[in-house]
Design a protein around this ligand. Structure first.
Ligand SMILES: [Zn+2]
Length: 266
């Protein structure tokens, strides 16, 4: 375990899988050395819930506000205004998660593009960083990101699991990269374990993406295989091992980077 208090930059704590025992989940997170959690907003309603939760835990939690590409079909003429309202609260630190997902295609692609571009414009207007999701949509995603990148305050490609050229192009656009427990999967994470060596240390942040992406290398499986912020140190340790760095030094860097990126106080 790291002695440095960690920051989980992406946890879906408003997910119903946390509905009954959130207090215990938070207690375990603190015990594991997680000092701050950025709750991911994935729809108008989930973003509102995330803000509420963050307001109940000042200093320990922040939130993002956005519409996930899976939810893009619900994007409407007032969505941007509603998100802007949430984003005016000090606890809401980024626009997102937003982006494109052509892997699942839960929303039609044209609607995903509209919804993503509108949120990029919102982030430019409000000068908040963006929390980005991309799956199997690199070309279209990169084109839109490029169009707005110079005006964006910051951009993190969360849960990066893409190809090496995609990573290079994100870094060329001065994006930050969010690393999850995907790294702990010996099979699916094999490429990522090599790729993470080439990410500049000041562009790296860590996240659980709880309740998803439970690390595969755990000797003791959590109940119902649900991931939670208390497992963030597992991601940190895997990342340090892949990069050949000390856990302590890496922890310090990711925390400093996360604080600066999201504008979190000390
Ligand atoms: Zn995502």
């Amino acid at each position: 375990m790291s002695a440095i208090p960690l920051i989980d930059i992406g946890a879906n704590l408003t997910n119903r899988r946390f509905a009954t025992d959130l207090d215990e989940v938070m207690a375990r997170a603190r015990e594991a050395g997680v000092a701050h959690i950025v709750i991911t907003g994935t729809s108008e309603n989930a973003s509102r819930d995330a803000l509420q939760l963050a307001q109940q835990h000042p200093g320990f939690m922040s939130a993002t506000a956005g519409v996930h590409p899976h939810d893009a079909r619900h994007w409407h003429s007032e969505s941007a205004d509603r998100l802007a309202e949430l984003l005016s609260e000090p606890e809401v630190v980024a626009v997102g998660e937003c982006g494109l997902d052509f892997n699942r295609d839960f929303s039609p692609r044209d609607q995903q593009l509209t919804c993503f571009e509108a949120q990029l414009q919102l982030a430019v207007e409000l000068q908040k960083p963006v929390f980005l999701h991309q799956r199997d949509a690199h070309a279209a995603f990169l084109a839109l990101l490029k169009k707005y990148r110079s005006q964006l305050k910051g951009a993190v490609v969360h849960c990066f699991t893409g190809a090496t050229n995609e990573l290079r192009e994100y870094l060329e656009l001065d994006c930050h990269i969010g690393i999850t427990g995907w790294l702990c999967d010996p099979k699916r994470g094999a490429d990522l374990r090599v790729q993470v060596r080439d990410i500049p240390v000041d562009r790296l942040m860590i996240e659980t993406d709880a309740p998803y992406l439970t690390p595969k290398n755990l000797t003791q499986k959590p109940k119902n295989n649900r991931n939670e912020p208390a497992l963030l140190p597992v991601v940190l340790e895997a990342l340090a091992e892949c990069r050949g760095e000390s856990v302590e030094v890496l922890a310090e860097h990711t925390v400093r980077t996360s604080r600066a990126f999201f504008g979190l106080g000390n």
